[in-house]
Structure formats: C-alpha cells, structure tokens
Design a protein around this ligand. Sequence first.
Ligand code: GDP
Length: 364
Amino acid sequence: GFKTGIVGLPNVGKSTLFNALTRTAAAQAANFPFCTIEPNVGEVSVPDKRLDTLAEIAGSKSIIPARMTFVDIAGLVKGASQGEGLGNQFLANIRECDAIAHVLRCFEDDDVTHVDGRVNPIEDADTIETELMLADLESIEKRQQNLVRKMKGGDKEAAEQNDLLNRAKAAIESGKPARTVEISEDEEKAWAQLTLLSAKPVLYVCNVEEDNAGEGNQHSEAVAKMAAEQGAASVVISAAIEEEISQLEPEEAEMFLSELGLEQAGLDRLIAAGYDLLGLQTYFTCGPKEARAWTVHAGATAPQAAGVIHTDFERGFIRAETIAYDDYVACNGEQGAKEKGKMRAEGKAYVMADGDVVHFLFNT
Ligand code: GDP
C-alpha cells in the first residue's frame, strides 16, 4: 500500500491529526515535546462517494474503500541529522514512506509551547527540510564512496547513479531539496532507488485555529505561497476540529461541519490531496457481493492494475472489460452499459482511466 509519513516539529499537532485520521486514542496528544516516541501506523479509508453510488446500483452487499497508510513519525528537532532527539530513527522511518505530510503550526495558542517560542511555519518548514537535506548529503557521500570501485570497473549503472547523486548534491548545496532536481522518465527508477529524503513529495498541512478552518490565516497563506514555489502542495485544516469530528457519527459530523460553514471535512481534503500528490487514481470492481475501490498510479496499464488485486491476474492477463464510471451510472449498471455498447474490451496496452469499473479476464 501507499504510505504517507506525518512529520513536523514537536507540538504542531501531529498526534492530534493522526488520531483524527485513524480514530484512535493510541497516539496520545499531550502538551510537551517527544510524546510520540514510537512511530504509529494507521490505515485510513479513502473517502469516495462514487463507491457508494456503484454499490447502490449493483446492490452490493459490502463496500470496501481503498486504503492508505499514515505513519505518525516521532518528533524531529534541530540537529536530528546529527542524531539529536530521536533523529536517526526518525530519518529511517521517513525513508520508508512514499510521501511526506508535513504538519506546520499555524495556530496561535499561548497555552501550547512552541519549541522555538514563536509561531513561524516558514521557518519551521525550513528547520525540518534542512535536517532532511543534511541527512541526504551524508547518505550521498556514503553512496558515492561505494560507487568509486564499481565505476572503475566500467559499471554503467554505477555511473548513472553517480550522476544522479551529483545532481542531487548540487541542488542541496545550493539550498534546494532534491525534489527540485529534474529527472527524465528513463532515470525515474534509478532516482527512486536512491530514496533521498528531500526528494519525497511533500504536502504541507497547515494546522490553523478553529475560527480559521475555512479559509485559513496569514500563516497558511504564506505556506501556500512557499509550497507553490517548491512544487509542493498545501492544505488548511484544524487538527482540533478534525479530532472532534472523527468521534462523531457521520450525520452528526455533517451537521457539525455545516454549523462551522465547512463543506467537506479537512481530512477528506487531506487524503484527496495526498492522492494527487502521489499521482494515484482509483478503479472499481463492482458486483452483487461487493463494490470495491483499488488504487493505482496514474498511467498504470490494465495488467498492472490487475496486479494490484493479485499477481496472478497480471501474469495471466487476457483482457479487461471496462465501463467508465459515468457510463455505468448513466446506464444504471453493467447490464444497461452492455446493451448500450458502453462496455469495452481492453487489451494489455490499455492505460487505466480514473473511475473505470472493471472485470479482469485472466488465465490461471
Ligand atoms: P505533536 O507533538 O506534533 O504530535 O502535537 P500534538 O498533537 O500532541 O499537539 C500538541 C498540543 O497542541 C496539544 O495540547 C494539542 O491539544 C494542541 N493542538 C493541536 N492542534 C491544535 C489546534 O488546531 N488548535 C489548538 N489551539 N491547539 C492544538
């Protein structure tokens, strides 16, 4: 599955957000640094109204949403790359994530201590990014030392890796994260294998006070501007509100949201933004037994999509019988879509579209 690491300085609201996401009291929110010691891992359902519509049309007995994993990563402080605080463990945990949700404190509250004694999300973001970049420089150096001998032996792959590492190093030394390095399609695989921390896609999560949960505040505006300049994304939420909402029944939650003048829970927007950031999309399988959402990378072919269900489906792939979501709804289900010629037989080269409703045919 896809994994997003929640990072941020101590006391910015990571645990509060994680609790809201996973509806668990396991990650305890407390008003002092380092309260989250072990990384907490939580699975989240990806909200998608289309799935409910499909289930209703098909009379599906059960609904199984797509899942996404969030990891609450222990508090990072200045000097983590040098082993300060819980530094090294923190960095190892980030390395395993596909993306980073970087929580920034954008709320003013004198009762909640800020590690540096002032609210400044731009500087906070910089503090953490600097640690990631320092850790990257160290691992780049180690990797390059190991590559020297291989390159002398004429290893082409080693030379390619070395070139990528040089480009990452140049970016970092000029003060920019590795995600600003331009990578060609051919290089993508080797680039991903370097698992540089500052190369991971970042979603800035602006944690604002309750009153600003709708349009944000001056802090979150500054963050949005910074994100745009960096090729990162940003969302505004109030972790405190989200935690309250997460304890309510769905109807109560909707009432509460409309009282606050909000259309959609922040967490839904957060998860959707995470999907976008990771370049993910959804396809569906749907029948009387279950309606289910599956996650693929945008650009995935039909066999690759089948492989998400089971590797055998990918290996023995014959074809995909596909109905676009809108057609499925307009024709009131599979039978209607078939009659109107809206069910397509797609082969190995077919690139999945978001919302495809699919049957895979395969050899065993
Ligand atoms: P972490 O150290 O980043 O995991 O931060 P926590 O989630 O433990 O939150 C630290 C403190 O800030 C707790 O006392 C929370 O109740 C408080 N807090 C978190 N989010 C908000 C918020 O949106 N508004 C206010 N006023 N306080 C918050």
